[in-house]
Design a protein around this ligand. Structure first.
Ligand SMILES: Nc1ncnc2c1ncn2[C@@H]1O[C@H](COP(=O)(O)OP(=O)(O)O)[C@@H](O)[C@H]1O
Ligand SMILES: [Mg+2]
Length: 234
């Protein structure tokens, strides 16, 4: 079964009288539990694709079925509900709220989902423990390293137990060691059955995924599956 089915998806940006087609007819089917890397140079349409996949934006044309549900024509409120229920996001810039301690950042998706206080606190702490930050739950983002901040963001992405994790250049601002930490976490989430879509422009990061899509000027130019062979060092 496909979790994600895009057919003939186009996205046109308009500013004044100028139109720009950022996605020019994308057909992608992603199966449940696949780990897919989307590779492409800057400006090729990766983030636009991520926004469509994540229901942060809707296609101008074409259809998008998410877990069999047609999201192309949904209202903003319906999209927000689908995002919260099905998808965890990780961004390059972490997107944490600076004034809140780590665990408060992590519990936010549960606030939107209407989960009660005590359960939120418990699940936020469990998620932070899972990413190795059990001793940093009270720290604000500014008191954490970049790698730790991104692990908080991963905890926030997984706290709702979403079936899909979308990560847009999650290691773009990280050093080598933190990059390895975050990629290991994505591997674990994949191993636990989640569908992962990882957007990157780095080939060694993309090498962690079993399937690689290349996007160029809004079109998919390559789609290949490869055996991932990895030495476990720890
Ligand atoms: N809101 C927007 N309005 C107009 N053009 C946009 C907008 N967002 C992105 N674009 C253009 O669409 C193309 C793809 O952008 P993007 O998806 O951000 O690429 P990538 O993430 O691969 O760098 C770029 O040429 C960009 O300038
Ligand atoms: Mg981008």
């Amino acid at each position: 079964m496909s979790t994600i089915e895009l057919d003939g998806v186009r996205k046109t940006y308009r500013s004044g009288s100028i139109e720009f087609e950022a996605l020019c007819g994308i057909d992608i089917h992603i199966g449940t539990g696949e780990y897919v890397a989307v590779l492409g140079p800057s400006g090729s349409g990766k983030s636009t694709l991520m926004n469509v996949l994540g229901c942060l934006d809707v296609p101008t044309e074409g259809t998008y079925l998410l877990a069999g549900e047609d999201v192309s024509g949904m209202s903003e409120a319906q999209l927000a509900e689908v995002r919260n229920r099905r998808i965890g996001f990780v961004f390059q810039q972490f997107n944490l709220l600076a004034t809140l301690p780590a665990w408060r950042n992590v519990e936010l998706p549960l606030v939107y989902a209407g989960i009660g206080r005590a359960e939120r606190r418990e699940r936020a702490h469990a998620a932070l423990t899972r990413v190795g930050l059990a001793d940093r739950t009270e720290n604000r983002p500014g008191e954490l390293s970049g790698g730790q901040q991104q692990r908080v963001a991963v905890a926030r992405a997984l706290v709702t137990e979403p079936a899909i994790i979308l990560a847009d250049e999650p290691t773009g601002n990280l050093d080598t060691a933190s990059t390895a930490d975050v990629l290991d976490l994505l591997d674990e989430l994949h191993a636990s059955g989640r569908t992962i879509v990882l957007i990157t422009h780095e080939h060694d990061v993309a090498a962690r995924a079993g399937r690689r899509l290349v996007i160029s000027d809004g079109r998919i130019t390559s789609d290949e599956r490869r055996e991932v062979v990895r030495e476990v060092v720890r």
